[in-house]
Design a protein around this ligand. Structure first.
Ligand code: LEU
Length: 490
């Protein structure tokens, strides 16, 4: 079928069905919320992503569609479009730029509106210079737009929709943003299939790195093997977000890997490597973290921390189901890790008192996990009618405090780090220092830290990880010694 997205032998994605279902769901949600009679509903108008340029040069970085536009229309590979959905009829119209003849010379054949209509399976395709005319034909009471909707992770607003003649329409800017965010929180079966595929591709790449890493390799060389694996092995051209390949103490730097810290350390015998890397498939994100010893064998010290974090990851996934409050899962993870550190002689005192004093945030200064979807930190974390951002160190870093519901995909990424930047001030803070065994903790600083991250689907009765990587100490050591993954059937 003409509307199937795929990259060579990758997962076929039926655009028409996937986005048709999403548009239906949006209409349903909109109708339920507005309570207005159908004839009073307007037309949703979204602006697609624009041709990106590197500053004022003519260098055009690889295009990535704006996520709300991708969600409603599935036009992952075409810039400068607009799209409209009539909420009264469900009719979707895609507006594409009228391309000059030289486009064919530099960029490739210009597709006709009929070809584009088949490719994206929308009701109609017209040109962007016809938007006002086409909308006037629909005589809508108003246009629903996303203008100004604020992303709760970045604090940045959606840019306004613009087209010639927009001033002749009544714009309604409030209703659409929360509706579309809410729709993006719940993944359809076809969306889950695409995300499961991205997770499989990323999982295989994590295993490929585990099998190849050895002392003396540079972090970026491991990153390069990863990138090769997701693209050659899965058709995922991008990792979705900047990969973190953090050796030794670098693991305590939460967003290591950026341009100023570009995965450029040489990996040493005896240290851990933390790999936080995903994959982008049809704009859907995988987001997986593995942590393993560069030489293939955990030390006792590393095992203590690794098994504490693994117990937190496993314990949380086992407890997740509809109705569970996400901040409670953060507290469960903290409790598990703090109790293990206390047993290991790194902390002293009562774990309940530690939770109260927010000692957990000293070792896990980030949230336990975030919604995942078309964006790595997906939208919908804080919406009207849902819990607000909690208070307290660490908890206030949660990107959502929602109650879990079937169809959500959320990361579970407990970590335990030994960050000088946090520990040194804590040793001098009387509210925290009584819990800290100073000398024992100082001996762990070179270890850096451990994070173990799964992408988890909430089902009707529980939760299912979409990832498939070695997790126990035994599994990791076996794979690093050459055993296959998944393990050969017994
Ligand atoms: N993804 C985490 C967050 O919620 C950060 C990561 C570095 C542990 O921001």
């Amino acid at each position: 079928m003409a509307d199937i997205y795929h990259v060579g032998p990758s997962l076929p994605v039926p655009r028409g069905r996937l986005h048709g279902e999403i548009r239906q769901r949006m209409m349903h949600t909109f109708r339920e919320r507005s309570g207005l009679p159908l004839e009073d509903h307007g037309v949703v108008v979204l602006q697609g992503g624009k041709t990106p340029h590197l500053y004022n040069s003519d260098n055009e970085p690889l295009f990535r569609q704006e996520a709300f536009f991708q969600h409603l229309f599935g036009v992952n590979d075409r810039e400068d479009c607009l799209g409209a959905v009539d909420l009264r009829t469900g009719r979707a119209t895609l507006f594409v730029p009228r391309l000059p003849p030289e486009y064919a010379v530099w960029m490739g054949r210009i597709l006709s509106p009929a070809e584009l209509q088949a490719r994206y399976a929308v009701e109609e395709v017209r040109y962007t210079d016809e938007v006002a005319e086409a909308l006037e034909e629909l005589a809508p009471p108003c246009l629903h737009v996303l203008d100004g909707g604020v992303n709760t992770d970045s604090g940045l607003p959606m840019p306004p929709v613009s087209f010639q003649g927009i001033e002749n329409f009544k714009l309604e800017k409030e209703a659409l943003y929360p509706v579309l965010c809410e729709c993006r929180v719940f993944k359809s079966a076809l969306e889950v299939e695409a995300m499961r595929y991205a997770c499989q591709v990323a999982s295989r790449a994590h295993v490929a790195v585990m099998q190849a890493v050895k002392p003396g390799m540079w972090e970026f060389q491991a990153e390069s093997l990863y990138l090769h694996s997701i693209y050659a092995g899965g058709g995922c051209r991008l990792p979705h977000y900047t990969p973190i390949f953090a050796g030794g103490p670098n693991a305590a730097i939460l967003h290591y890997g950026h341009a100023g810290a570009p995965n450029d350390r040489q990996l040493q015998d005896g240290e851990l490597l933390l790999v936080d890397a995903g994959a982008d498939y049809y704009r859907y994100s995988a987001d997986i973290t593995t942590t393993f010893p560069v030489n293939g064998r955990f030390t006792e010290q590393q095992k203590l921390v690794y098994e504490a974090v693994l117990a937190a990851n496993r314990g949380v996934i086992a407890a997740m189901k509809p109705g569970v409050r996400w901040p409670d899962m953060q507290l469960l993870a903290e409790r598990t890790i703090l109790a293990a550190l206390e047993r290991g002689g790194l902390l002293r005192g009562d774990v309940a008192d530690m939770l109260e004093a927010r000692v957990g945030a000293l070792f896990m200064p980030h949230g336990l996990g975030h919604l995942l979807g078309l964006d790595t930190h997906d939208v919908g974390g804080y919406l009207p009618g849902h819990p607000e951002r909690p208070e307290g160190a660490g908890l206030n870093r949660l990107r959502t405090a929602r109650v879990l519901e079937e169809g959500m995909v959320i990361t579970v990424e407990p970590g335990c780090y030994f960050s000088r930047a946090l520990l040194e001030p804590a040793f001098g803070d009387p509210r925290l220092s009584s819990f800290l065994v100073d000398t024992a903790l100082r001996a762990f600083v070179d270890l850096g830290g451990v994070r173990i991250e799964d992408d988890v689907l909430i089902t009707a009765t529980g939760a299912e990880s979409l990832c498939d990587v070695p997790r126990t100490v035994e599994e990791v050591e076996a794979v690093m010694a050459g055993a296959p993954w998944p393990p050969a059937a017994a």
